[in-house]
Design a protein around this ligand. Structure first.
Ligand SMILES: Cc1cc2nc3c(=O)[nH]c(=O)nc-3n(C[C@H](O)[C@H](O)[C@H](O)COP(=O)(O)OP(=O)(O)OC[C@H]3O[C@@H](n4cnc5c(N)ncnc54)[C@H](O)[C@@H]3O)c2cc1C
Length: 414
């Protein structure tokens, strides 16, 4: 007797887990496959910010002029491993193109579609128990030592305003009221009231997988080797532990997605912006909300396990070993941001942001295979965009031909 055919989602990071759950709820029989436990990869180590209305793409006009300074500054937020530069060059060139004003404006409008209701999207995908433990809505605070906003910051604010993102400027006194632990060096801030956060990103993905299993879906731990297709139809997902016949396949393997997409004939400039975190395990102080040092470009968030400071971009691909001096520097910078922070007990981590140069993900059907879809490339905002991405995948799998007419996240946009 032929085995039943399932909808298989590959990758149990926050994106794949959200897609798997929403597809199971939409009537599919889902199997989620990952080589690691759910949410253990990049989705475990992020800053936890559910950044409602995070519409500002990474590449912005005028930024190119700042890049050499960042690269030369050992305290800077960006580094490139020179041995990786030839590989990264096409991505970096597209990133420069993406920083043009009109492009940044159009990417912001697209980001708004996946981020404007992020907290609501998260509360509606979860059930009460996990929602109460894991999702908090206390806004987000961006702080600076400078007296006035520079050009790039003003442009970012114009993008927020144009896309209907609520925000309030905050003076020095109001900063202290919002976050009493902040250093006196900070002179002003921006408060984004509708933003939220999670206090445990990995538990959040685990919660999605537990809901999937409770709804009748399955989780299988295995390395996926390929999606076997013939005649433009995926037949099965082949793993190190066996072959799973598939009616439909969703590839959501983050920074590793091209390993499966390339053999199916799809190429996009996906690379990784590696990021680090340092976790102060006995911080002796707490922040009320994710707080970002705008000058040094990192976030600090109080979590169940301690206070996490996360950020930096390292262009070095998926194979080079971590450079934990970047995490050590984050810890020092956190201490400067929050002078009473106890950093004596800490832990370091590195993860792989799956990034496309225009800061938008790919959410689309494979070009040449009728029953394979992609959900990858969420860069700096995967936690924020996961529920909206899952909704888009559900709509696509229902749509005639498996595609949506009005799709900003097409695979053939490059
Ligand atoms: C320092 C840092 C801070 C961040 N802060 C935030 C934040 O505050 N807010 C926010 O919204 N986003 C943030 N992000 C971004 C966010 O974490 C990512 O966009 C998101 O985790 C990507 O999720 P994913 O499911 O696509 O990828 P992943 O979490 O990497 O999941 C992919 C999964 O695929 C699996 N996989 C890969 N290949 C295979 C294979 N062949 N077979 C089987 N399994 C496979 C992996 O094991 C992994 O579990 C941050 C990222 C970093 C690095």
């Amino acid at each position: 007797m032929a085995e039943p055919r399932e909808t298989i989602v590959v990758g149990a990071g926050v994106i794949g887990a959200a897609c798997a759950l929403q597809l199971q709820r939409d009537g599919h029989q889902v199997r989620l496959i990952d080589r690691d436990p759910p949410g253990a990869g990049t989705s475990s180590g992020n800053a936890g910010s559910i950044s409602t209305g995070s519409v500002v793409p990474v590449a912005l006009p005028g930024m190119l002029r700042q890049v050499p300074g960042w690269l030369l500054d050992p305290q800077g937020p960006l580094s490139v491993r020179w041995a990786y530069l030839p590989k990264a060059l096409p991505w970096l060139l597209q990133w420069i193109r993406a920083s043009k004003t009109e492009r940044a404006e159009s990417y912001a409008a697209a980001l708004a579609r996946l981020t404007l209701n992020a907290v609501e999207d998260w509360t509606s995908i979860l059930e009460a128990e996990q929602r109460e433990r894991l999702i908090h809505q206390k806004g987000q605070l961006l702080v600076s030592r400078t007296q006035e906003a520079g050009k790039t910051e003003l442009f970012a604010q114009a993008l927020r305003d144009a896309n209907g993102v609520a925000s309030e400027t905050v003076d020095e006194d109001a900063l202290r009221q919002l976050e009493p632990g902040l250093s006196r060096d900070f002179k002003r801030g921006l408060f984004i009231p509708d933003s939220g956060h999670t206090t445990n990103p990995q538990a959040l993905t685990e919660a999605l997988v537990a809901l999937l299993q409770a709804a009748g879906g399955q989780f299988t731990r295995a390395e996926v080797l390929e999606v076997d297709q013939s005649g433009g139809q995926a037949q099965a997902v082949v793993t190190a532990g066996g072959r799973f016949p598939a009616a439909k396949v969703v590839v959501a393997t983050g920074a590793f997605s091209l390993d499966l997409a390339r053999p199916l004939g799809d190429r996009v400039p996906l690379d990784t912006e590696r990021g680090y975190h340092a976790m102060a395990l006995k911080p002796e102080l707490a922040l009320n909300r994710p707080t970002s040092d705008m000058d040094r470009k990192f976030f600090a968030t109080s979590m169940e396990e301690g206070l996490r400071v996360a950020g930096t971009v390292e262009i070095a691909g998926t194979k080079a070993p971590p450079d934990y001096s970047r995490a050590r520097r984050l810890l020092r910078q956190a201490k400067e941001m929050l002078p009473d922070l106890d950093t004596s007990e800490h832990r370091f981590w590195m993860g792989y942001r799956p990034s496309l140069p225009d800061s938008l993900p790919v959410i689309d059907r494979a070009r040449n295979v009728q029953n394979v879809w992609y959900a990858f490339g969420h860069g700096h905002l995967g936690l924020t965009m996961a529920p909206a991405t899952a909704q888009q995948i559900v709509r696509m799998l229902r749509a005639p031909g498996g595609r949506l007419d009005d799709n900003d996240f097409r695979i053939d946009r490059f």
